[in-house]
Design a protein around this ligand. Sequence first.
Ligand SMILES: *Cc1c(COP(=O)(O)O)cnc(C)c1O
Length: 227
Amino acid sequence: MERHSPSSGIAANLARIKARIAEAVARANRPPDAVTLVAVSKTNPAEAVAAALAVGQMVFGENRVQEAAGKFPGLRADWPALRLHLIGGLQTNKARDAVRVADVIESLDRPKLAVAIAEAIAREGRTPALLVQVNTGDEPQKAGVPQAEAEDFLRACRDDWGLAVQGLMCIPPAEADPRPHFLYLAELAARHALPVLSMGMSADFEAAIGCGATHVRVGSAIFGARG
Ligand SMILES: *Cc1c(COP(=O)(O)O)cnc(C)c1O
């Protein structure tokens, strides 16, 4: 009996989160496949990722390039459908490693990083999908382009650096109602015809789905509290 093994816990948690996503999608009258679950596996070992892969979870999120580069290449060999999203603040000098390891970079947030990613894409011949992270609460300690600069930055990504941005990502302020932030992000994406909206975490993914999220990033509700 392995009822309480970590991997059966991960499988049960995934089933629960997927059911809650499906309910939130139905409540919002959106198509059944409208939302992709990004299982945020940061700080968890490759065995935890493998347990999720074994029950069909293919999309993962990591916030550190080095950690992702250590964990994922080995798993990709066995699971070619695996998709890795980098969701953490990205140092410019890690852009090349990020382009090598990620299928999606969700944290594009400043000109220097845009230039570094464009150069890395040219050199590596590999093009991850790109999301611009917006600091919707304009919090000084948080990554993301400030609200007031978001429009210009999106234009510059396209016109100055030749980057095909596919969507937006945000992490609303911890204590606030996240809905105004989600709605702002959805509106900005619609104005720029960007199809991808990554918003909502363990505590607020249902609200994000109600506001139009196409990707929710859920970590602790799947893998347990981080140490
Ligand atoms: C850690 C993290 C998450 C997942 O947070 P949980 O509260 O554990 O679900 C989502 N997005 C980003 C950017 C993160 O760093």
